[in-house]
Design a protein around this ligand. Structure first.
Ligand SMILES: [Zn+2]
Ligand SMILES: [Zn+2]
Length: 180
């Protein structure tokens, strides 16, 4: 039986319909049954109003609390607002590694012009795949074209592919087999 991976919008404001990400995520994680869930409300308690950013680790805790209700094995939140962890100006995403929850922000992935929607879509896929892989226990990769390369800036995200390098691909398979 395959694990259920849930995708959930965090906060009511939708800037990308999650259905569009089901196929690309399923293609990279064929071991998971990917499902989309309705949004959960704005996680006010995670907001630092002085920074105007949300503390991503607090959101992970809130997502963990949703797992029994949604009957999923793992859950990835997609948030439209900016995320941070203390000690960093911002993060594109964060995940428990290994663990059951992750979150990404689409805030810094937005493009200048609306006709670059494919670029935006690809960026979201890359960040989502990256955090889901962290959830399985995969670590960062030194290959700049691998989806597991750490993105310090958007240029890093644009440079890397949405796929795993050969080494990461075999590692993830190894890890998932151990878990089952
Ligand atoms: Zn990472
Ligand atoms: Zn890699």
């Amino acid at each position: 039986m395959s694990e259920v991976l849930g995708l959930i919008q965090v906060g009511a404001k939708t800037d990308c319909p999650l259905d569009a990400f089901m196929d690309p995520i399923s293609a990279r994680f064929p071991w998971f049954n990917v499902q989309v869930f309705t949004p959960f409300p704005d996680p006010r308690e995670a907001l630092d109003s002085r920074r105007n950013q949300y503390h991503s680790t607090r959101i992970l805790t809130m997502l963990e609390a949703q797992i029994p209700r949604l009957h999923v094995d793992r859950l990835l939140g997609i948030a439209p607002f900016d995320l941070y962890v203390p000690g960093m100006n911002f993060v594109f995403g964060e995940a428990r590694s290994p663990g059951r929850v992750g979150v990404i922000s689409t805030c810094r992935l937005k493009t200048q012009s609306p006709n670059e929607s494919e670029l935006f879509h690809n960026r979201v896929v890359k960040e989502a795949v990256h955090e889901i892989a962290h959830m399985t226990g995969l670590k960062h990769c030194s290959d700049k074209t691998c989806v597991m390369y750490f993105s310090e800036r958007l240029a890093d995200t644009d440079h890397k592919k949405s796929e795993f390098c050969e080494r990461c691909h075999s590692k993830i398979r190894e890890m998932l087999r151990i878990e089952q």
